[in-house]
Design a protein around this ligand. Structure first.
Ligand SMILES: Cc1cc2nc3c(=O)[nH]c(=O)nc-3n(C[C@H](O)[C@H](O)[C@H](O)COP(=O)(O)OP(=O)(O)OC[C@H]3O[C@@H](n4cnc5c(N)ncnc54)[C@H](O)[C@@H]3O)c2cc1C
Length: 376
């Protein structure tokens, strides 16, 4: 056994380490299944990537190719409407699901061809995707877009939520169903017995658990090193900003190369997002935000007059092949992973909670987890 130097000992059936949207979704699902669950986070719940994210449920707009990630995204997106109702009923909190759809605007001929090809394979996969030529786009978006576009792919079924609202609704519902949460409680090492994980050491003491789920986002690769594991998850910084507006310029999300604009239900406009490799530094910087704001104003000039509300930066949990890591850890009984959701953790939170519940309650998973296994 390593760790175990403090005397304070807690016990639980399932311990979830990490209280972002992924950990919170698993906690909610397990609590609903009647599993004794404790979740710990080193900071405030939802204060890392989850706080920074835009909240797009971009099952189609984010996917360049068919395959397991596309299928996982579509399966997760389909859960949100029902999940919203359930969380609202249990907690009284609304995740602020908005459903006008997303326009993916082409910026050049190459982009247009890629989007037209995407329309074909996504339709063949049974999804809705409509092509708008530049003139049709203008009829919908009015003066909000200037300059010539190369047309746009409209995805009516890609939605959005407000991340913080989703997180609060998941946590409040999980608590109402019996899950426990501890903030400002950092896991420092694993407790092991005969090669199995039997809990964790925190700065406040030991937590013993029958099963430990790592939902620690960008930090998971680092924590895995404590067991000699190569978990292929690392930070990919994203910077964005919020603008204040009582009347957002359009109800639609507008997404183009390197930049997207989301009108939020509280009147604010979210503009995102950069992708940068800069370690664990979460500070926004002027150069990245200047570039992003230039792109956004070029696409939608009316944004230029809106008051600046807040710069945002967060660490996406990137993975080497872009797929999340979901499931158990061969050779390490007691340890489970739910991480590496990169650009789509909010979208994938619903299905991740569901499959981890199935896995931890010994039920056949509703999705084949082989493409997402640690040893894939
Ligand atoms: C700018 C930006 C825009 C994005 N836009 C979208 C979008 O539109 N749609 C979408 O689906 N996704 C989006 N994402 C991605 C999405 O936000 C992430 O995939 C998702 O939040 C990951 O959730 P998580 O719970 O795995 O990670 P996090 O939210 O980072 O949570 C991990 C938690 O683990 C805790 N932790 C770490 N180490 C320890 C430890 N040792 N002990 C205890 N706790 C620990 C951290 O404090 C943290 O709270 C965006 C991300 C960014 C940065």
């Amino acid at each position: 056994m390593n760790g175990g130097t403090r005397t304070n000992v807690l016990e639980t059936d399932v311990l979830i380490v990490g209280g972002g949207v992924i950990g919170a979704s698993i906690a909610y699902e397990l609590a609903e299944a009647g599993v004794q669950t404790l979740l710990i986070d080193k900071d405030n719940l939802g204060s890392q990537s989850t706080r920074a994210g835009a909240g797009m449920l971009g099952a189609q707009v984010e996917m360049m190719n068919p395959g397991p990630m596309f299928e996982l995204g579509v399966a997760s997106r389909a859960l949100f409407s029902n999940l919203r109702e359930k969380l609202l009923e249990i907690s009284g909190l609304d995740m602020e699901l908005q459903t006008p759809g997303i326009f993916r605007v082409a910026v050049d001929e190459e982009d247009r061809q890629e989007l037209l090809a995407r329309q074909i394979w996504q339709r063949e996969a049974g999804q809705r995707a409509e092509w708008y030529e530049d003139e049709d786009l203008r009829n919908i978006l009015g003066d909000n877009i200037v300059g010539t576009t190369y047309g746009a792919l409209y995805i009516p079924d890609d939605h959005q939520v407000r991340n913080n609202a989703l997180l609060l609704a998941l946590v409040a519902s999980a608590k109402a169903l019996g899950a426990k949460f501890l903030e400002h409680t950092a896991m420092t090492s694993f407790l092991t017995e005969n090669g199995a994980v039997v809990g964790v050491q925190t700065q406040d003491g030991v937590i013993r658990a029958n099963r430990v789920v790592l939902a620690t986002g960008a930090w998971t690769g680092l924590l895995g090193q404590g067991l000699g594991l190569d978990i292929p998850v690392f930070p990919v910084k994203g910077q964005s900003f919020l603008l204040d507006s009582y009347a957002p310029p359009t109800p639609y999300t507008i997404f183009t190369h390197g930049c997207y604009i989301l009108p939020k239900r509280n009147g604010q406009v979210y503009v995102g997002a950069t992708e940068e490799a800069s370690g664990f530094d979460t500070r926004p910087n002027l150069g990245s935000l200047a570039k992003l704001s230039t792109q956004a104003v070029h696409l939608m000039p009316s944004l230029a007059s809106l008051p600046f509300a807040e710069p945002i930066a967060g660490l996406r949990p990137g993975s080497r092949d872009g797929l999340p890591v979901l499931g158990d850890v061969p050779g390490v009984p007691g340890l489970y992973l739910a991480t590496g959701h990169f650009r789509n953790g909010v979208l994938l939170s619903a299905i991740t909670g569901k499959v981890m519940r199935e896995l931890l309650t010994g039920t056949e998973t509703s999705v084949d987890l082989k493409p997402f296994a640690l040893m894939r």
